[in-house]
Design a protein around this ligand. Sequence first.
Ligand code: SF4
Length: 328
Amino acid sequence: MKAERNKILEVKNLKKFFYGRRSLLKKDRTVVKAVNDVSFSIAEGETFGIVGESGCGKSTLGRSVVQLLKPTEGKVMYKGMDLASLPPEQMRRLRSEIQIIFQDPYASLNPRMTVRELIQAPLDVFSEESADEKLEKVKSIMEKVGLREEYLSKYPHEFSGGQRQRIVIARALILDPKFIFCDEPVSALDVSVKAQVLNLMKDLQKEFKLTYLFISHDLSVVRFLCDKIAVMYLGKIVEIADKDELYNNPKHPYTAALLSAIPIPDVDVKREPILLEGDLPSPYNPPSGCLFHSRCKYVMERCKTIEPEMTEVAKEHCAACHLLNKTE
Ligand code: SF4
């Protein structure tokens, strides 16, 4: 039996709305509900994955969790502290514990800085150590992420995509963080490099006892790395469960469709993909009732007007679909 782990992060009814400008012709402003009433928690040392199509709000959710975006409503509790109400100095100190790995290593590294400067930059902001001590730390973390010491004085353009992402990971780890928000960290990498970086992230998690919030549109990546997974659709979580439970027993038709599209590495095993009709609806004008009803093959009359609530279908497995409450 798995031991209960302490919660490091609790997200409660989080909302992030973006408002359009008022115009003379229109009285009401347009509102995009990018994240709408999302709740989940993450245990220490766990990897929590959020999956969904592009535009479903998963990156906005991650950025709101780490306070890169100010949430419209709701709470983000980190180690019991409400991040939005912390005094700026305390929030600044917490920044060293909460780090971010962005999707594009090309864009997140300043091309004019050497590898040493890039990895050392967080220490220059947060640490009082001497230049020699900082250099030792940089060398040590480079070794951990598989970068050679001779790269210290090189520039980002001299590296491949995978090596650049190792530099980004080293920079995220240099302050000995506890929690890392990983925003599609391998989606810009080739398949073989992707596997190496994912293995590295898994090893580093064990060694440094890290907790990850991992955003991806790729379900095979999420399956490899995550312990628990939330599926997002148009700003809402529609299903949430432990990895194996979700993959073996999906309850929401959207999750089932996403899973059916994962390639099986065995030519003898055949699986019919469930094709989703149409594109993700515009978040400017989302469907009424169940947000998924315009693409769902099981749609019923009530799906068009009544929003389904999250229902617990098994231990720590919840989904929001009227099919789960047929007796109503
Ligand atoms: Fe499909 Fe209705 Fe379930 Fe929404 S509530 S996923 S439309 S069956």
